[in-house]
Ligand binder design. Structure first.
Ligand code: GLU
Length: 299
């Protein structure tokens, strides 16, 4: 049984790029007759807020995208992450890191390596084990990782050169994105991961972590980003409106779905529709790999 997931972080309103990812994941799974789930990735303490997650779920539901099983919130699953750390420790794959708080924050708070983050240079790699009350890093093995992306086709990366040994546990007790995402994809039986192209560069690191934990590798699809109509990155200033904001601009949920479906290669032209209307025509070979611009009349 194929199982796909949409895994937003509840740090703000879902913009059209996030909604496009959710719809593509949903369509791919529905077309294959599988199961689709939503997981809230709220491990990153203060940046994540439950109420924002609730709004995200409401917006997804407004488009007709609902989880087939009760939504999992990562903040409630610490024991699983602790267990995974214990296994990695036994396998000699963890080491304590005493680099400064500022370094750790930069390295841990976001999965997006492109956002000016540098690979960890491995300063603490030879430190002796000091217990679970330290910041902990995963010792990456040498060598490239190859995988077949459903959209981008053959991919290969050296995870070390992109992320360095990733931080899995912060001294303040927070589990890092890489650990939680890999543990939960494994625990929930996820077979297909659809997400934005900004996360392509961390895939090799996550595959290494899956291997160390003996977890199966899901299929990956990294979708081109949605940009503002002038090509700039969607962000607050560029008017990254969510479902509610677009509704206030007279763009209805069926119009949003129609535009997203068109951008995913399911329709010849954007026209109002529901996700169900798009299932039959969804095909990864028709999904454009590049960036998509939001219509000028929208934002
Ligand atoms: N929670 C991550 C984000 O919102 C996505 C994780 C993933 O899809 O692997 O950026």
């Amino acid at each position: 049984m194929v199982l796909g997931r949409f895994a937003p972080s509840p740090t703000g309103v879902l913009h059209l790029g996030n909604l496009r990812t959710a719809l593509a994941s949903w369509l791919s799974i529905r077309a294959a007759g599988g199961r689709w789930i939503i997981r809230m990735e709220d491990v990153d303490g203060p940046r994540c807020r439950r109420e924002l997650g609730v709004v995200q779920l409401r917006d997804l539901a407004a488009l007709g995208l609902e989880s087939d099983v009760p939504v999992v919130w990562q903040s409630e699953r610490s024991s699983r992450y602790h267990e995974a750390l214990a296994r990695l420790r036994e396998a000699g794959r963890l080491y304590p890191c005493v680099c400064t708080r500022r370094d750790l924050q930069l390295l841990a708070s976001a999965p997006h390596v492109e956002d000016g983050l540098r690979p960890y240079p491995g300063r603490c790699r030879e430190r002796a084990w000091e217990g679970f009350d330290r910041a902990l890093r995963f010792r990456l093995p040498d060598g490239r990782v190859a995988w077949e992306d459903l959209l981008l086709r053959a991919q290969a990366d050296d995870p070390g050169s992109l992320t360095g040994d990733p931080l899995l546990f912060r001294r303040d007790g927070c589990f890092a994105y890489h650990l939680a995402v890999v543990v939960d994809d494994g625990a929930q039986g996820v077979t297909e991961v659809v997400r934005g192209a900004d996360l392509r560069s961390v895939t090799a690191t996550q595959i290494r972590l899956q291997e160390a934990l003996g977890l199966p590798r899901p299929a990956y699809a990294h979708l081109g980003l949605v940009t503002a109509s002038d090509g700039s990155r969607l962000g607050k200033r560029a008017g990254a409106l969510g479902v509610e904001g677009l509704s206030n601009c007279q763009v209805t949920p069926v119009e949003i779905t129609g535009w997203l479906g068109w951008s995913l290669g399911c329709l010849e032209r954007p026209e109002p529709c529901s996700p169900e209307d798009l299932v039959q025509s969804f095909d990864w070979s028709k999904v454009p790999a590049g960036e998509v611009r939001v219509p000028e009349t929208w934002i």
